[in-house]
Design a protein around this ligand. Structure first.
Ligand SMILES: Nc1nc2c(c(=O)[nH]1)N(C=O)[C@@H](CNc1ccc(C(=O)N[C@@H](CCC(=O)O)C(=O)O)cc1)CN2
Ligand SMILES: Nc1ncnc2c1ncn2[C@@H]1O[C@H](COP(=O)(O)OP(=O)(O)OP(=O)(O)O)[C@@H](O)[C@H]1O
Length: 192
């Protein structure tokens, strides 16, 4: 069977999805972000997780911050060179603006070891129905999720429904996710 060639490149899709995301109202962003939080909060991977890796919303990404007061061990990334370094953060702790203008925990915040991580909430520009993800092009999550110690972790892409596409272009290094959460609900995949 032939796999159809996607009509747009990753760069073109990234540009178009980011433009659409930027054009929507702050009210829609808040309301849809809250619906994503509600779906996540009741999903088994979330309720069963003790330690969760998340992100601070940037460029109108879904805002998960209402979840951060739920008693879990929460980890957030710092961009260090080409790698992500994960640190414990809880509301009230200091933050700083890091690479790309994204909020990050301070470098001396306690680090989270991969062995304790139960769930990864992965920011994305877009995802497809097979669980493939398009990011900002830095390759940070692909590099991380390709490592043996992270491969087995449940990783869920967080996007607004409009960013869920039938099929994204896929490169050899792309790591499919286990699930996707949008304002319409949770999608679960058998990882490819
Ligand atoms: N909220 C959030 N935090 C995150 C990520 C994310 O996607 N969302 N990341 C996920 O990895 C890492 C940051 N990755 C990023 C990678 C590239 C660009 C960026 O601005 N890239 C340029 C183009 C660069 C190029 O094409 O060479 C741009 O979009 O203008 C931003 C963030 C870590 N923290
Ligand atoms: N496992 C890996 N090892 C080395 N380089 C990698 C790996 N995964 C991805 N890369 C590099 O990262 C670059 C960006 O890849 P891609 O455009 O798929 O990023 P993205 O998934 O959109 O970004 P991000 O994960 O930062 O949100 C590619 O040029 C690729 O060479």
């Amino acid at each position: 069977m032939n796999t159809p060639k996607p009509l747009l490149t990753k760069t073109e899709l990234r540009k178009s999805l980011l433009q659409t995301r930027k054009s929507r109202s702050p009210e829609a962003w808040r309301e849809k972000s809250d619906r994503i939080c509600s779906h996540l909060q009741t999903s088994p991977p979330f309720t069963q997780a003790k330690t969760i890796l998340a992100y601070f919303s940037f460029r109108q990404e879904p805002d998960l911050s209402p979840l951060f007061t739920i008693p879990k061990k929460w980890g957030f990334p710092r961009c260090v060179g080409k790698e992500l370094s994960w640190h414990i953060w809880q509301p009230g702790d200091a933050l700083q603006t890091g690479a790309y203008g994204i909020l990050e925990p301070l470098p001396d915040a306690p680090k989270i070891d991969h062995s304790e991580v139960d769930l990864i909430l992965v920011p994305a520009v877009g995802c497809d129905l097979r669980g493939y993800r398009l990011g900002y092009g830095g390759g940070y999550y692909d590099r991380m999720l390709s490592k043996a110690e992270w491969k087995s972790k449940v990783a869920i892409g967080i996007i607004f429904e409009f960013s869920l596409l039938a099929q994204l272009p896929v490169d050899s290094w792309d790591q499919p996710l286990h699930g996707i959460c949008t304002e319409s609900g949770n999608l679960k995949f058998n990882k490819i």
